[in-house]
Design a protein around this ligand. Structure first.
Ligand SMILES: [Zn+2]
Length: 116
């Protein structure tokens, strides 16, 4: 298991990011279209980008929730595949990761093999 200190710092980081993403997802797109064709295209691009961002945001939020849930039930930081402890450095870079590096590589190879 990881130390309580480490888990607390990760939890703080996750909560901070959650707040930030919730704030961002509440924002509205402000586009002024004054009938100009170029503006309409620009507007469409901006709306498209915003939707893309919103879906990334949503996916991230659910990953954050999942990580917070794992911290709460004590399974955080344990590889989902081999149950080895995931190195703290890896969790600091990617706090949502579910597997250790070697299992992540295995999964990647597997998805490539399956034509992904
Ligand atoms: Zn593993």
């Amino acid at each position: 298991m990881h130390t309580k200190k480490f888990l607390t710092s990760i939890k703080g980081h996750l909560l901070q990011e959650k707040q930030e993403r919730l704030r961002r997802s509440a924002q509205k797109v402000e586009i002024d279209i004054d009938g100009d064709e170029t503006d309409e295209i620009q507007g469409a691009i901006q709306i498209g980008l915003h939707q893309q961002m919103a879906s990334i945001n949503k996916a991230r939020l659910s990953m954050i929730e999942e990580a917070l849930g794992r911290i709460a039930n004590g399974t955080y930081g344990k590889c989902a595949d081999c149950e080895e402890k995931i190195p703290e450095k890896r969790l600091q870079i990617n706090p949502y990761c579910l597997t250790c590096i070697s299992c992540a590589e295995d999964r990647e190879l597997e998805s490539k093999r399956n034509g992904g």
